[in-house]
Design a protein around this ligand. Structure first.
Ligand code: HEC
Length: 309
């Protein structure tokens, strides 16, 4: 009987679903918030385990100069090439069929045999849509000059100015409907951008790394020759070698100097001046003053026969 009231209350609670929910709601809420908070706080770990962060390889970026071949672009008469003459249209057609048909197709619709799967797809010249640089002469010229990054449309900057104009005229004449008319100002601006009337001379350029590499090679070649000569002279016991040892305290420096200079080679007295002029630096000792005429002669003959490359 004692726990009857409790039982009764429980019974009331169970009967009245709303009351039961009201009673349990705070607990459900707390559990929900706790789980939610746990999830949010461990998002970092979850993300780290499932999706490894992409590490951008900054070392792969191009930082060096490009290899550029020396090139000379002859000057053109800008008035002449800006007009679609029969001659230019013919040249444009030939060039187009050689270089462009594979992607842009015979009919310029961008579905040539090599266009399959290209993204972005080659431009359909017969449609006015989606042109990036545009179908003006300037636009097409710029496209040929620069190409598009991340696209199969590479730069054709190696073509002559004539060929680029010819292609622009041909494409506009043959495929583009309502090709925009070019003003003299537009042509003048293009001329200025690419120095067309004046022509350009591009000097050759090689990557710094490659240049250093070449210099290193040259240097290490030279250095190894000097070291070999030094070993040879040090190992010899003839009087010339002993005299050489007497006048120098730095074999490699003196050898490199002798190799590079020709002024000492003509006679013993020219060797004498050479030695005396260089005393105190670059490995020559003051003992050069103490050489007798006969010793100088011996040293001269020895060096002349041994310091050769
Ligand atoms: C290997 C395939 C390929 C070849 C070959 C090719 N193109 Fe393209 N071309 C493309 C692609 C792809 C695009 C679209 C590029 C983009 O939208 O980024 C394009 C776009 C163009 C455009 C449109 C530029 C604009 O303003 O949107 C012109 C003009 C063009 N090409 C001219 C030429 C000419 C002229 C040649 C021959 C000298 C040539 N293409 C050769 C693939 C090629």
């Amino acid at each position: 009987m004692n726990n009857n009231p409790m039982k009764k209350q429980l019974q009331i609670l169970l009967d009245d679903k709303t009351k039961l929910f009201g009673l349990l709601y705070p607990y459900v809420l707390i559990i929900g918030i706790t789980l939610g908070a746990y999830f949010v706080l461990s998002l970092n770990d979850i993300a780290r385990q499932n999706v490894p962060p992409k590490i951008v390889d900054t070392t792969a970026q191009e930082t060096d100069l490009k290899l550029v071949e020396a090139k000379s672009v002859p000057a053109v008469d800008i008035k002449t090439v800006s007009q679609p003459s029969q001659e230019l249209l013919k040249l444009g057609k030939e060039t187009f069929q050689k270089l462009c048909v594979s992607c842009h197709g015979e009919n310029g619709a961008g579905i040539g045999p090599a266009s399959t799967g290209l993204n972005p797809a080659p431009r359909n010249f017969t449609s006015g849509d989606n042109w990036k640089n545009g179908s003006s002469i300037t636009g097409i010229f710029t496209t040929l000059q620069e190409g598009f990054a991340n696209s199969a449309m590479v730069a054709y900057d190696y073509l002559t100015t004539n060929e680029k104009f010819a292609l622009a005229h041909y494409i506009r004449n043959e495929f583009v409907k309502n090709a925009p008319v070019e003003t003299d100002d537009d042509i003048a601006a293009l001329d200025q951008t690419y120095n067309l009337s004046a022509g350009t001379e591009t000097p050759a350029q090689i990557p710094v790394a490659a240049a250093m590499n070449m210099m290193d090679k040259e240097h290490s070649n030279e250095a190894s020759i000097y070291t070999k000569l030094k070993q040879k002279i040090k190992n010899e016991t003839v009087e010339g070698a002993i005299l050489f040892d007497r006048v120098t305290n730095n074999y490699v420096s003196v050898i490199s100097l002798l190799v590079k200079s020709n002024s000492w080679r003509s006679s013993p007295s020219s060797l004498n001046s050479f030695l005396q002029n260089n005393v105190g630096r670059l490995g020559f000792k003051r003992t050069v003053f103490s050489l007798s005429v006969q010793e100088l002669d011996t040293l001269y003959n020895y060096l002349k026969n041994n310091i050769v490359l």
